[in-house]
Design a protein around this ligand. Structure first.
Ligand code: AMP
Length: 190
């Protein structure tokens, strides 16, 4: 199994690169942001709880995210592997993911850390906000999300670095150049 964590700040291109990876390697794409937005659309109990937090740029509680994600993984038992996008966002989530995958005799093969300069992130998110319809793609919430990323999510990078699974890929230029580097990185663990 090939399991990839795609990591990076909001607006770093995780969704776009995930689509390319899925196309090339046939993995199952699990985006916790997309899963939450589907719950919000369905107006489920989880969705209602998550909406207030997401709109304010805060994280959703670990327990809720983990429940949602584990359910999805178990729904696709024949998958050749998963790409985790927007997850883990806390060290606690990373630890739970490791033990969950271990229980299923598999592991995170590689963590791809997409690096983008902060001003470029803000410009890209503001630009996305013009068409995304996402209430959290406005300047105030973007700044809040970037703060949450630095304080709560960035330690996840050290977590994977300490077990030698993290690879940083620059995504300041084109999507194609970034994907080329991603493919090279994936070849090292395939
Ligand atoms: P994203 O689409 O990945 O940018 O996620 C949008 C929002 O959903 C985030 O700003 C968080 O509020 C929430 N969210 C997504 N994934 C997670 C996660 N793994 N842990 C906590 N909150 C999350």
């Amino acid at each position: 199994m090939l399991n990839i964590v795609i990591f990076g700040a909001p607006g770093s291109g995780k969704g776009t690169q995930s689509d390319f990876i899925v196309e090339k390697y046939g993995l199952t794409h699990l985006s916790t942001g997309d899963l939450l937005r589907a719950e919000i659309k369905a107006q489920s109990a989880i969705g209602k709880k998550a909406q207030v937090l997401i709109d304010a740029g805060n994280l959703v509680p670990d327990s809720l995210i983990i429940e949602l994600l584990e359910k999805k993984i178990l729904e696709t038992p024949d998958s050749p592997g998963f790409i985790f996008d927007g997850f883990p966002r806390t060290v606690a989530q990373a630890e739970v993911l490791d033990s969950f995958l271990k229980e299923h005799q598999t592991k995170v093969s590689i963590m791809l850390n997409l690096h983008v300069d902060e001003q470029t992130l803000i410009d890209r998110l503001l630009n996305r906000g013009k068409t995304s319809g996402r209430a959290d793609d406005n300047l105030e919430t973007i700044q809040k999300r970037l703060n949450v990323y630095k304080t709560k999510t960035l330690p996840v990078l050290d977590y994977y670095r300490s077990s030698d699974r993290a690879t940083t890929v620059d995504n300041n230029s084109t999507v194609e150049a970034c994907f080329e580097h991603i493919v090279q990185a994936i070849q090292t663990v395939k």
